[in-house]
Design a protein around this ligand. Structure first.
Ligand SMILES: Nc1ncnc2c1ncn2[C@@H]1O[C@H](COP(=O)(O)OP(=O)(O)O)[C@@H](O)[C@H]1O
Ligand SMILES: [Mg+2]
Length: 251
């Protein structure tokens, strides 16, 4: 089982879009997945057309609920744990001196035997309790980087967090960078891609996700890109990205 946090402290870079559509692409490759929404904005569920109900990952933190009580099946091969209505409250637990607060999700995922190929976690754009829980539970990280000019600045801040965390945990994370919102005719996009290739050679997944209107439209219909526009560039890109992850294809 590969446990992967989809993370970048910058908002709007395509974390949720990537979690949603990469999950569906991997399911199309006959993989079994558990996806977890760790962003209190709760957009992952909406992307699957799921309205947040009583059960959410907030209950792992606030009521020590079991994973098996919280997951719902959203597509063939995909179980999801939505954010839940009280996920925002979890950040304030850091003032309450609770032990193992950063390990709650890790521990919850460990107590039950689970039969998944992948666990994907959609993280909030911050480095609080929820992101720490994702990292402590994960072995790998997918870092979507959008092709705007502040993108690389955000990445270097994240890397300094990783350096400290890896020293504290005494283990390394496998990092996968993904270029998102790529405009093939825009000079800036090409420059950001070249920089990523230069700095993170061997860690940059081979497929760049192009800017694609259908990717932005599909969540409001509660559909993944494969359901909304299977012939779009976005669908093609996310299927290729899934294969990159399965085969270890990088630039
Ligand atoms: N490749 C893309 N092409 C077009 N729009 C995109 C693409 N990726 C993301 N978006 C849009 O950009 C916005 C931010 O994406 P999102 O995945 O929510 O980012 P994050 O989760 O990192 O905040 C959303 O409106 C989304 O639909
Ligand atoms: Mg998001």
């Amino acid at each position: 089982m590969r446990t992967i946090a989809v993370m970048n402290q910058k908002g709007g870079v395509g974390k949720t879009t990537t979690t949603l559509n990469l999950a569906h692409a991997l399911a199309k490759r006959d993989k079994r997945l558990l996806i977890i929404d760790l962003d209190p904005q709760a957009q992952l569920g909406l992307g699957f057309g799921y309205r947040d109900g009583e059960q959410g990952v907030d209950k792992v933190f606030l009521e020590s609920a079991l994973i098996s009580e919280l997951r719902v099946n959203v597509r063939k091969g995909i179980d999801m744990i939505s954010a839940g209505r009280s996920l925002a409250e979890v950040e304030s637990l850091k003032h309450s001196n609770q032990s193992r607060l950063g390990w709650r999700l890790h521990d919850a995922l460990k107590v039950e035997a689970m039969d998944y190929d992948f666990i994907l976690m959609d993280c909030p754009p911050s480095s609080g309790v929820l992101s720490m829980n994702a990292l402590f539970a994960a072995q790998e990280v997918i870092i979507p980087v959008s092709s705007d000019y502040l993108a690389l600045h955000g990445v270097s801040r994240m890397l300094s967090i990783f350096i400290r965390l890896e020293a504290a945990l005494k283990r390394k994370f496998t990092k996968h960078f993904v270029m998102t919102r790529y405009h093939s005719r825009r000079k800036l996009s090409k420059e950001v891609l070249l920089k990523l290739q230069e700095y993170f050679s061997g860690q940059l997944l081979a497929t760049s996700i192009h800017e694609c209107v259908a990717l932005a439209e599909s969540p409001s219909f509660g559909k993944t890109i494969f359901e909304y526009s299977a012939s779009s560039r976005g669908a093609e890109d996310y299927l290729l990205l899934a294969d990159d992850l399965l085969l270890g294809r990088t630039l």
